[in-house]
Design a binder for this molecule. Structure first.
Ligand code: CA
Length: 220
């Protein structure tokens, strides 16, 4: 029994992984290929992937937006959970990283659900708004450069339908957000956005200690 989230020991973490469904072989391969890269730590955790896939099914998402694809693991899990006619618009600036994801999306048979847009995500989101897609997305995931998070958040709020969900990654930022001596640009951006969302009457929210902190925001 505990009135707060219990500490995650290595032993308990192994148990948690085992208690979730085993990952398909392709998913494991992408995780391993990514983990071997210098930037491999940017990959979402396996348990966060399970959670996001469940959320996708739970809200019966058809149209999803992602900012920050990296090597495509979150896109792979979410696209797999989408119905056949579902669509994920995935925004990133790196062809090098997203080309890794593309390979796995194709092998997993979900590439037709993923519309990858290589461009600064703020431009892509602004184009979607200008083209009349406001209020048409069910689920959005923000996991990219932290100083632009507020810009992504404001655009996602326009693009997601009322009752839709925005998931924001890294909102606990390795604990730096609670350290008053940490005032680099990314930490300040996350701390400021966390405070803004807490007081934002346009949304309901829950900040969860999943991975590096995951804030779930429901647009009212
Ligand atoms: Ca992240």
């Amino acid at each position: 029994m505990s009135a707060r989230t219990i500490p995650m020991t290595d032993e308990l973490y192994e148990y948690l992984l085992q208690a979730n469904r085993p990952l398909p072989e392709l998913f494991v391969s992408l995780r391993e290929e990514t983990a071997a890269m210098p930037a491999g730590g940017m990959q979402i955790s396996a348990e966060q992937g399970h959670f996001m896939a469940l959320l996708t099914r739970l809200i019966r998402a058809h149209r999803v937006l992602e900012v920050g694809v990296f090597t495509g693991y979150s896109a792979l899990t979410v696209a797999t959970a989408l119905p056949e006619d579902g669509k994920l618009i995935a925004c990133d600036v790196s062809t090098e990283w997203t080309n890794i994801g593309r390979r796995y999306w194709e092998q997993a048979g979900v590439a037709h659900k993923i519309d990858l847009r290589i461009a600064p995500a703020l431009d892509t989101l602004d184009s979607l708004i200008a083209d009349g897609h406001a209020g048409t997305f069910d689920f959005a995931f923000i996991d990219a450069d932290k100083p632009n998070y507020d810009g992504y958040y404001e655009r996602m709020l326009q693009l997601v339908r009322p009752g839709g969900l925005i998931a924001i990654d890294n909102t606990l930022w390795s604990g730096h957000v609670s350290n008053p001596e940490k005032n680099d640009e990314s930490t300040v951006a996350l701390r400021t956005l966390n405070a803004k969302i807490r007081d934002d009457h346009r949304v309901h929210l829950s900040l969860l200690p999943v991975g590096d902190g995951l804030t779930l925001v429901m647009k009212i």
